[in-house]
Design a protein around this ligand. Structure first.
Ligand code: UD1
Ligand code: UDP
Length: 384
């Protein structure tokens, strides 16, 4: 069976990497990887770390790309590729433009599609935008739906997609475990990271920040920056903010927050240093999907700068709180958590509802016709 995995951005690469490794070691499967290059530097960081060498690279990224331009380039390039390599199945991940266009291209060529991380929903087309549309398109174009959790399965069943769903856990937890194992087992690596981040004072609380959602461009980012500027007046914290390469994020964030002694604006980090920073952080402030899923496994509390989330499990279990982008609310919520003693014990009691590190194995087994015991979120996995 020839399986073509198609992905294009940093989070897709992190979450597909464990699955690519599992597919490569499966005797009945010929695994072929195509990256669209929707991201360039941020994708290549991940490919290098996980030693994935794509057979095909569409190289579609242009600076400040538009959704329509990007979709058109991916659709056009994939049509040619799908015809020439004729895979038995295409696998895509999540809700990016790459995933949406690739599933559509495969559907048009009557090639079966498997959707990894199927069934996430906010039921609000504007948040996240355009991802809420993208994931619905991918789900209806797919005949195999790998849902990370039981609630994702319920969403799909409510849309009459039952019969093609397997609950696998999220492959991000597989990737995270590989990385935390590596960090744990390699004292030299840890020492190098300690040196790399030696400007962070251990006597201060570390607030780790990421943000990139399109619906936060403009007013949302202005609000987030004004909250961070207010928080930076506290002398007991350090703020570390790896800034996404999107120019709509980079420009405003740099202009608003440069030259503040306890705000460290840094480049997007390779996955290992980023996991190290999550482990060192006291609190994470983000609008990222992946970070919401990873942090509970690490026992780190997360405030999500969004009004709605497609990842309700960690909100329900108390690991994650939605705070929106109102600056006063962000400052209030961060301060309340920073000032509370024994923060991890109080805020993160339940471990991870997103996976146990076995998602890639469950997906591979399903693809080869073996039965799998589904991931059960009734038994969340304890934080490390
Ligand atoms: C994309 C996804 C979003 C995902 C996010 C993860 C869509 C519509 N959006 O958003 O769902 O959460 O990735 O990070 O699919 N750029 C670079 N180098 C890079 C990456 C980006 O220069 O390595 C710049 C380019 O100017 C590019 C711009 O960022 O045009 C936007 O990239 P794009 O992938 O379109 O959107 P993201 O905001 O990254
Ligand atoms: N991440 C990373 N380096 C960074 C910031 C994030 O490796 O500087 C990782 C993070 O751990 C998570 C993924 O990138 O696995 C999330 O990507 P992003 O926030 O860009 O996208 P989303 O998950 O929101 O789609």
């Amino acid at each position: 069976m020839k399986i073509l995995s198609i992905f294009g951005t940093r989070p897709e690469a992190i979450k597909m990497a464990p699955l690519i490794k599992a597919l490569e070691s499966e005797p009945g499967i010929t695994s072929v990887v195509c990256v669209t290059g929707q991201h360039r530097a941020m994708l290549d960081q991940v490919l290098g770390l996980f030693e994935i060498r794509p057979e095909h690279d569409l190289g579609v990224m242009v600076p400040d790309q538009t959704l329509n331009g990007l979709s058109a380039r991916v659709l056009g390039a994939l049509d040619t590729l799908l015809t020439s390599i004729s895979p038995d199945r295409v696998l895509v991940h999540g809700d990016t433009t790459t995933a949406m266009a690739a599933s559509l291209a495969a559907f048009h060529r009557r090639i079966p599609v498997g959707h990894v991380e199927a069934g996430l929903r906010t039921y609000d087309m504007g948040q996240p935008w355009p991802e809420e549309l993208n994931r619905r398109v991918v789900d209806i174009a797919s005949d195999l739906l790998f849902a990370p959790t039981a609630s994702a399965r319920s969403n799909l069943e409510a849309e009459r997609l039952a019969g093609r769903i397997v609950v696998t856990g999220n492959t991000v937890i597989d990737a995270l475990r590989l990385t935390t194992d590596r960090l744990r087992g390699d004292a030299d690596l840890r020492a190098r990271l300690d040196t790399q981040f030696n400007q962070l004072r251990p006597d201060r609380k570390l607030l780790l920040v990421t943000g990139h959602r399109r619906e936060n461009f403009g007013a949302g980012f202005a609000n987030i920056c004004s909250a961070l500027a207010a928080l930076s007046l506290r002398k007991d914290i350090e703020i570390v903010y790896p800034i996404h390469l999107n120019p709509n994020v980079r420009g405003p964030v740099r202009a608003a927050l440069e030259d503040r002694p306890n705000i460290h604006l840094i480049e997007p980090q390779d996955y290992i240093p980023f996991v190290y920073l999550m482990q060192r952080s006291h609190l994470i402030l983000t609008d990222s999907g992946g970070v919401q899923e990873e942090a509970p496994s690490l026992g780190r509390p997360v405030l999500v700068m969004r009004d709605v989330t497609e990842r309700p499990e960690a909100v329900a279990s108390g690991n994650v709180r939605l705070v929106g982008t109102d600056p006063q609310r962000i400052v209030r919520e961060v301060a309340a958590l920073l000032d509370r003693e024994a923060i991890s014990a109080a805020f993160v009691p339940h471990g991870s509802p997103y996976g146990d590190g076995g998602a890639a194995a469950r997906i591979t087994a399903t693809l080869t016709g073996r039965s799998v015991e589904e991931f059960s979120p009734q038994f969340p996995v304890a934080a490390e």
